[in-house]
Design a protein around this ligand. Structure first.
Ligand code: HEM
Length: 146
């Protein structure tokens, strides 16, 4: 499930501060979870010291929700340790590879992603009795009465 959900990192951006620690050597030590050295070099240019800009999560198709993210995971061209870690267990690695397959890859992933989002959306759902229906999703309603 987390392999499918992480595919959301196929869109959006990230602050350099969220992955800067992965840019330093041993970034080029070629271990499973380290970043591709060329990619790390490019990110180092895009993330100058002393500032914290954002970069695309999926360097190839940044604004398209697709399975390119999984190709990036296999190429070790992903930003976060949580992305790279998907290659460290045989089960999750197999799923990463499946999601990249030409033609069926996208469709399998879309299905799994949908299912996982619905499942996650059902975890400990609050209602107006045990919680609050927010008027704006990012803020509790004022005044907050608990
Ligand atoms: C394994 C757990 C996860 C970790 C550790 C993680 C970590 C992160 C981090 C560090 C950022 C960058 C934030 C920033 O620097 O501004 C980010 C961005 C993002 N994450 Fe995740 N994430 C995880 C799972 C998910 C899931 C499950 C989804 C959705 C289903 C998701 C969707 C996104 C999106 C869309 C962005 C881009 C947001 C933007 O462009 O402003 N992530 N994630």
């Amino acid at each position: 499930m987390s392999v499918a959900l992480s595919g959301a990192h196929s869109i959006g951006r990230s602050h350099c501060s969220s992955f800067r620690d992965r840019l330093q050597p041993p970034a080029n030590d070629n271990s499973t979870t380290s970043m591709d050295a060329t990619y790390a070099g490019k990110l180092t240019q895009d993330c100058p010291a002393g500032s914290d800009p954002t970069v695309p999560q999926d360097y190839k198709t940044p604004d398209v929700l697709d399975s390119q993210y999984y190709r990036n995971v296999m190429d070790r061209k992903v930003l976060f340790t949580s992305d790279a870690t998907l290659m460290t267990s045989p089960k999750t690695k197999e799923l990463v590879e499946k999601y990249t397959w030409w033609l069926i890859g996208d469709f399998l992933w879309y299905r799994h992603f949908e299912d996982a989002m619905v499942k996650m959306g059902n975890i400990e759902v609050k209602n107006s009795t045990n919680g609050q229906i927010r008027k704006k999703c990012g803020f509790v309603n004022e005044p907050y009465t608990g």
